[in-house]
Design a protein around this ligand. Structure first.
Ligand code: CP
Ligand code: NVA
Length: 305
């Protein structure tokens, strides 16, 4: 069976733990190496990864490109607007064609259903590089970062403060799989999707009070209040007033608590300069860890055959 990486809740806890362990191991094994040198096992040797972007990207684009090279493979990158996809060619037809030309496809799409439909007919692995619904690759990088600094994530408490968005959904999917508690604080009108909340089971609690979410937390996470595709900028700024992460809010968390943000950040909105550029912030490790996490995802996909 083709191994797609579409959402964290679709994989077993065992497979996910294996991917995260592989990410740790691959990072450790190449400390000090030039970034272009392939890992010793080169599990993607002779493999080509296609990357299709319907939305902007810095981290996902560069980290996947670096990742496939470090696994011994190569990439082809295109924005959807340069492809016939951008002129209305069906996503399923695109999937059938790319399946004949490359060994795996990473897609960043506006509509989650398009990635699902692509994967349904693709005969090569498909990886979700962010949709309006989820961002599973980001969460693996975040968990890698947390474990490097705080030890095993199982049993830890993570606070999500701000928009109940795509990144929040993937965190909720991950909570029962990795055994952590997630305390989410969102304004009522921007709460997470209830189907995604349900996937978190009793590992996830929802509140509208940022202090309640952060109390007892080992990690505080936020993201932009206005994701790609959101049109209601003014209404959002108003609704999220009071949800910014500042030093006072960080002080409510457990001593030694760390701060994560998937980036890009909007200083002065969801986070202050003092927090994101301060000693509790791990955002640069988190960004680097996109490479290591994605290498493990790609290696898992290719190990399926
Ligand atoms: N965090 C993240 O996915 O960043 P990009 O949008 O730059 O890829
Ligand atoms: N929630 C953000 C994440 C960007 C990486 C967005 O979808 O724009």
């Amino acid at each position: 069976m083709v191994r797609h990486f579409l959402d964290i809740h679709r994989l077993s806890a065992e497979d996910l733990r294996g991917i995260l362990d592989d990410a740790h191991a691959r990072k450790q094994a190449r400390k000090g190496w030039p970034k272009g040198r392939a890992d010793a096992d080169a599990p993607a040797k002779d493999r080509v990864l296609a990357m299709v972007f319907e939305k902007n990207s810095t981290r996902t684009r560069f980290s996947f490109d670096a990742a496939i090279r470090q696994l011994g493979g190569s990439s082809i990158i295109a924005t959807a607007s340069d492809m016939q996809l951008g002129r209305g060619e069906p996503v399923e037809d695109t999937a059938k064609v790319l399946s004949r030309m490359v060994d795996a496809v990473m897609i960043r799409a506006n509509r989650h259903e398009d990635v699902e439909n692509f994967a349904r007919v693709s005969t090569v692995p498909v990886i979700n590089g962010l949709t309006d619904r989820s961002h599973p690759c980001q969460i693996l990088a975040d968990l890698l970062t947390i474990e490097e600094h705080l030890g095993p994530v199982a049993g830890k408490t993570i606070a999500w403060v701000g928009d109940g968005n795509n990144v929040c959904h993937s965190f909720m999917h991950a909570a029962p799989k990795f055994g952590f508690r997630l305390q989410v604080a969102c304004p009522a009108e921007y709460h997470p999707d209830l189907h995604d909340l349900a996937k978190g089971g009793d590992h996830v609690v929802l509140t509208s009070d940022p202090q309640d979410a952060v109390r007892g937390a080992d990690v505080v996470v936020t993201d932009t209040w206005v994701s790609m595709g959101d049109k209601d900028y003014e209404a959002r700024l108003e609704a999220f007033d009071g949800y910014g992460v500042d030093d006072a809010l960080m002080d409510v968390a457990n001593p030694g608590a760390v701060f994560l943000h998937c980036l890009p950040a909007h200083r002065g909105e969801e986070v202050t300069d003092a927090v994101i550029d301060g000693p509790r912030s791990l955002v640069w490790d988190e960004a680097e860890n996109r490479i290591h996490a994605q290498k493990a995802v790609l290696a898992w996909c290719f190990a399926g055959g």
